[in-house]
Design a protein around this ligand. Structure first.
Ligand SMILES: NC(=O)c1ccc[n+]([C@@H]2O[C@H](COP(=O)([O-])OP(=O)(O)OC[C@H]3O[C@@H](n4cnc5c(N)ncnc54)[C@H](OP(=O)(O)O)[C@@H]3O)[C@@H](O)[C@H]2O)c1
Length: 246
């Protein structure tokens, strides 16, 4: 739908969006799953991750556009973002669609792998999605033996577990029996140390962009969808990331 251009408030940047990526968080917002935990603003524009050009300065940036209330997101021609968010310069030579695919999934994957410490082997449950596809690559690059667990695969014992799928305690606990060190991204564990929450930072974004430019991290984009067709992005996606192109 056509909406007035958003206006940047104090400490906010107005950005002409070039690309936005789709995260499960966006679908959860649209499904109303988070309505009791955060104020929502209507008409709602979903979208947390993106890349674009700052109106005024022309600087190209990418990162997380998360802010409260929820609903002024990146699936739009223009978005506003708090200047203090996890944002980094978009390097020359990095496709804005690739940069838009990185923030939430890439930062989560990088920080999860760092949390594994010296673990030599790691099970990754949900290895083909956004976080999983990055975590598998980053863990392998760190010298770990990665055991991807797709649908229907049986778990085996390992030093660590990254569970990106379990959404209830019993499912996660069943998986966590296979590894002494276990993390879940859906807050399904009764042990808060196992519930992993990504902490966004500009430094982490810069590292991810360098990894991509150096050829050490590939960004699997399964679909590039024009903004006018973005209503279909939650209908399921292939492996990797879906990116909306403005
Ligand atoms: N806590 C945090 O900070 C944080 C940060 C980022 C993400 N998350 C959460 O972490 C989860 C994963 O995020 P994501 O971006 O990777 O999502 P995603 O791109 O949707 O990927 C999820 C993957 O899991 C696969 N999958 C679903 N059920 C499975 C099963 N039973 N066994 C094996 N694989 C299965 C899916 O395959 P299909 O395509 O076949 O369904 C998909 O490839 C989401 O719930 C997200 O909300 C949390």
């Amino acid at each position: 739908m056509e909406l007035p251009e958003p206006q940047a408030g104090p400490e906010e940047l107005k950005v002409r969006m070039l690309a936005a990526s789709v995260n499960p968080f966006d679908r959860k917002v649209v499904d109303g799953m988070l309505r009791s935990s955060a104020e929502h603003r209507f008409p709602m524009v979903p979208g947390t991750d993106g890349a674009g050009e700052v109106v005024g300065s022309g600087e190209r940036i990418f990162g997380t556009f998360f802010h409260r209330p929820v609903g002024r997101g990146t699936y739009a021609e223009y978005a506003v973002v708090p200047a203090g968010n996890a944002l980094a310069p978009l390097p020359d030579g990095l496709d804005p669609a690739v940069a838009a695919a990185l923030p939430t999934a890439g930062m989560t994957a990088l920080q999860l792998v760092e949390a594994l410490g010296d673990a030599k082997s790691v099970l990754v449950v949900g290895p083909n999605g956004g976080v999983g596809s990055f975590a598998v690559q980053i863990a392998r690059a760190a010298g770990k033996h990665v055991i991807p667990i797709g649908r229907g695969d049986s778990l085996v014992e390992a030093d660590a577990l990254i569970d990106l799928v379990s959404a209830d305690r019993s499912s996660f606990e069943a998986n966590a029996r296979y590894a002494p060190l276990a993390f879940n991204t859906n807050y399904a564990s009764s042990d808060s140390a196992q519930n992993f929450g990504m902490k966004g930072s500009p430094e982490t974004l810069v590292r991810l962009a360098s990894m991509v430019l150096d050829g050490d991290l590939s960004v699997p984009i399964s679909r590039r969808v024009p903004l006018r067709e973005a209503t279909g992005v939650f209908a399921g996606h292939g492996p990797g990331k879906t990116v909306i192109i403005m």
